[in-house]
Design a protein around this ligand. Structure first.
Ligand code: ADP
Ligand code: MG
Length: 683
């Protein structure tokens, strides 16, 4: 594939565009994630600029991920006047390494004092620069972190980078106990991206989709996903054209888009790239979302990344497949010798402990107005976090817990570090799709994150809590001091006994599960308001401070931003509902009603014997609907005035019932909104 990575300032491009000695230093910097040697910065910038200009770029930008959940860029031309009516193109080392930008309009949650409005961007050399193309040229994008004057993180990337360090360090510490030589730790992420595509002409007629990303009205169509005929179905020509264009752009950006398929809901699809180093994978996921949106637009489609654009049909997630590799070997892959198995089981136990102790934080990391509609629906993992291990591994856990292996030959001892484990198959049939956190053979798949979310947040939390767990295990082993294998075995046994309540292989969608989870003491944080509270707990503040991932102030700011984002989004939805109900739905219903009333009057005057009963019945229904509409709009209005998200959502849902009922009564030709049966099936 010749064009793969051609829009990336790759090692190949680096070697071609700067002196060998500079290139070698830069490549080492990028591989090790170390700061750039300032003495070569100008030469690096010069080479990067030459490469970018060769590829049509006129501008550069620091590309970062503010706490809005999206990405940000501000372009600067390379242009520098060199005399009257003369200019050259320049790019300096200092422009590459850092930037200063007005941060006052990015959310800071109180981290940036009003007199210090500047924000600072700093190059992240572990994510290579790339080029974004547009119709008239291109822009050189330099992935950066974004922080305040005080160094406080104003973005999603900085804490992620810190958490990678934390978990890498803890991993090195534990691997040393297994007498493994020092090696590079790599945290890997493969983020599966789900999305909907609808025809742009429908989208433009839906103010709710335009303003909120989801439909606040719309009756369920007779046929939606009951027949399971969309999932993995043949991909329609218009869609495959879109998909191939997406892939072409992604491949040029060095993003390893690998699989594409129809998802469960009509008009729903998925794209999954091959896993990569987590920091790069997060950047790439942000680009994937952008490319999906832009390519859809170019094809007369709209890509909906909202977690629940359509009520009653499946929502969209972003399944985050996560693992740890040490010197290139996946530590979550069960080994075929006792020593490797012991390592595998220790990491597995660390993760089980982490998720059990901090399931509230994992839930927090996926909170948001959009995802609330998805979690707890009967198609997405519930808001309760639990772990699915699969039959074989559950059996192994049981063996460790009891200290006995049940073999065909009878009961035998199971000794960690001495015995080999039974093989754990990577079998696709052994999948529990209802689990929020599932072991899938050689990685964990965290399914709670929402399709529109920046997964840096959830991955940062996961890295940090696993780092803490690994360290806790190391501390215990340090304190023990006896025979290593025996101590380890005792420790894992204790850990499993203590934390096995988080393991659940049953139906996560079932009605019984919330009750059972409650009995087990597992938190069930149903909505964003509840889910973001863990950011404020003293224990969590201590945890994130200890690992230098988030300071108390940074956590408080994230809480404030999440709360504000939630409040604003719900408020917008409330207002949009009202506007549509009053200015689009009501006039149509009122018209229809008065038309009927006139017809009934005329028919009775003319002494018609038939038809009047039918007209009356319909007019009664429409009239009642009209009254309902009035009352319910008033209620939404009141809730909106009070700015209470819970009340707004409740009243919106009630108003929706009335509107959706009216949809089935009013003349199809007059209904002002494209219907589900159109949007989900005509594309
Ligand atoms: P599925 O879950 O549909 O069976 P795969 O198991 O092939 O599909 O992988 C789903 C995602 O998990 C892909 O993005 C894949 O690259 C990623 N993945 C596979 N192995 C790892 C790993 N060791 N670490 C992180 N992600 C991984
Ligand atoms: Mg999967």
């Amino acid at each position: 594939m010749k064009s793969y990575g051609e829009d990336v300032f790759s090692e190949k491009a680096i070697l071609k565009h700067m002196p060998k000695s500079v290139a070698t230093k830069l490549i080492a910097t990028m591989r090790e994630g170390k700061p750039l040697d300032p003495s070569i910065a100008d030469e690096v910038a010069h080479g990067m600029k030459d490469w970018a200009i060769e590829n049509g770029a006129t501008h550069f930008t620091h590309w970062f991920q503010p706490m809005t959940g999206g990405t940000a860029e501000k372009h600067d031309a390379f242009l520098e006047p060199s005399g009257p009516a003369q200019a050259v193109q320049r790019f300096y080392g200092k422009n590459l390494i850092g930037g200063e930008t007005d941060a006052s309009s990015f959310p800071s949650g109180g981290l940036r004092s009003t007199f210090e409005a500047r924000g600072y961007t700093a190059w992240d050399p572990t994510s290579p620069a790339f080029i974004k193309r547009h119709e008239n040229g291109a822009t050189l994008c330099i992935p950066t972190a974004f922080c305040a004057y005080t160094g406080a993180a104003l973005d999603m990337k900085t804490p992620l980078l810190r958490s990678i360090q934390a978990v890498s360090k803890a991993t090195e510490r534990l691997m040393k106990k297994f007498k493994k030589p020092k090696a590079h730790v790599s945290i890997t992420l493969g983020a599966e991206q789900e999305y909907f595509l609808i025809d742009r002409s429908f989208y433009l007629k839906r103010p709710d989709l335009l303003q909120t990303g989801r439909t606040v009205f719309g009756a369920a169509p007779a046929k939606h996903q009951q027949l399971d005929d969309h999932y993995f179905g043949a991909i329609r020509p218009r869609i495959i054209k879109f998909m191939t264009e997406v892939e072409e752009r992604l491949w040029k950006l060095g993003i390893p888009a690998k699989t594409r398929h129809n998802e469960v809901a009509p008009a729903q699809f998925e794209l999954a790239p091959m896993f990569e180093d987590i920091n790069l994978a997060v950047d790439h996921n942000m680009l994937i979302m952008e490319v999906l949106r832009q390519t859809a637009e170019a094809n007369g489609l709209v890509c909906l990344l909202h977690e629940k654009p359509f009520e009653g049909v499946n929502g969209s997630g972003k399944h985050c497949n996560w693992s740890i590799a040490y010197g290139g070997r996946n530590l979550l892959s069960p080994g075929d010798n006792p020593r490797d198995n012991a390592i595998f089981l220790t990491f597995l136990s660390a993760i089980i402990r982490a998720v059990d102790l901090h399931s509230d934080l994992l839930r927090m990391s996926t909170a948001g107005a959009g995802n609330d509609h998805r979690l707890g629906g009967n198609e997405a993992p519930p808001a309760i976090i639990s772990i699915f291990l699969g039959d074989e591994l559950t059996a192994v856990m049981k063996e460790i817990e009891t200290g006995h292996a049940e073999k065909k030959t009878g009961r035998t001892a199971m000794k960690i570090g001495v015995d080999t484990m039974p093989p754990i198959p990577r079998d696709a049939t052994d999948r529990n799709r209802t689990s929020p956190f599932a072991f899938t053979g050689n990685k964990f798949e965290f399914r709670t994150p929402g399709s529109s979310q920046n997964c840096a947040m959830s991955q940062m939390v996961l890295n940090t809590i696993v780092a803490e767990s690994i360290d806790a295990i190391c501390d215990k082993l340090d304190a023990a001091g006896g025979d290593f294998n025996e101590e380890l075995q005792k420790l894992l046994q204790r850990l499993i006994r203590k934390h096995k309540r988080i393991l659940f292989s049953g139906d996560g969608y079932g009605r019984e599960w919330p009750k059972e989870a409650e009995a087990r003491g597992l938190p069930n944080l149903r909505n964003t308001s509840e889910a973001i509270e863990p950011l404020k707990s003293a224990a969590n503040v201590a945890l994130f401070s200890r690992y230098g991932v988030l300071s108390e102030g940074e956590m408080a700011s994230r809480h404030e931003i999440a709360a504000e984002d939630y409040r604003s989004r719900v408020l917008i939805e409330g207002k949009v509902s009202l506007e549509i109900a009053r200015s689009m739905i009501r006039p149509v219903v009122a018209d229809e009603f008065s038309r009927l009333a006139t017809a009934i009057g005329r028919a009775s005057r003319d002494g018609l014997k038939v038809g009047i009963a039918g007209l009356r019945a319909l007019s009664l229904k429409l009239g009642a609907g009209l009254d309902d509409l009035h009352v319910k709009c008033e209620r939404v209005e009141k809730a909106v005035a009070k700015e209470q998200p819970a009340a707004i959502l409740r009243e919106m849902a009630s108003l929706r019932k009335t509107v959706d009922k009216l949809e089935g009564l009013v003349d199809d030709g007059k209904w002002p909104l494209p219907k589900y049966r159109e949007m989900l099936f005509i594309y």
